[in-house]
Design a protein around this ligand. Structure first.
Ligand SMILES: [Zn+2]
Ligand SMILES: [Zn+2]
Length: 141
């Protein structure tokens, strides 16, 4: 039997395939892609920004971002394509954060790791002392 799944876009039940969206949504997406692509390949629109594309084509911004992330719309071909970083809203062309924000995130994580490491070390130190005192007490007896 065919496995069923919920469409990630409209939530309707559909027969599972390699995509996570149903046939209708897939078709709608393909049509949207066509519209966006046809708009962009016109010479005068090559350097359109995301906002300009949304305004001109009426295609949802998040869909266009999806196309960029899937590399169906290539920023090498359309230099102004980009979408806002989830943190600081700088234009980016890949991932969810700009390089600044992802760097910040990495150093934050490292900081947390360091704190954890220090905590473990302090804990081990305490346990070691406890053991020494314990054996010292034992010897006294
Ligand atoms: Zn759907
Ligand atoms: Zn950023």
């Amino acid at each position: 039997m065919n496995e069923l799944a919920n469409c990630a876009n409209c939530n309707s039940v559909f027969v599972k395939n390699i995509r996570n969206i149903c046939r209708d949504c897939y078709q709608a997406e393909e049509e949207a892609f066509e519209i966006v692509y046809r708009f962009l390949i016109q010479r005068k629109n090559r350097e359109a920004t995301l906002t300009e594309i949304v305004e001109a084509t009426g295609v949802e911004e998040k869909l266009i971002i999806k196309f960029i992330k899937e590399k169906r719309l290539r920023t090498s071909q359309f230099p102004k394509l980009g979408y806002p970083c989830e943190q600081c809203k700088t234009d980016i062309v890949t991932g969810r954060l700009c390089s600044n924000c992802s760097q910040k995130l990495v150093s934050e994580l490292e900081k947390i790791d360091n704190i954890d490491a220090q905590r473990t070390k302090a804990q081990q130190e305490r346990e070691r002392h406890a053991k020494i005192y314990y054996s010292f007490d034992q010897q006294k007896k």
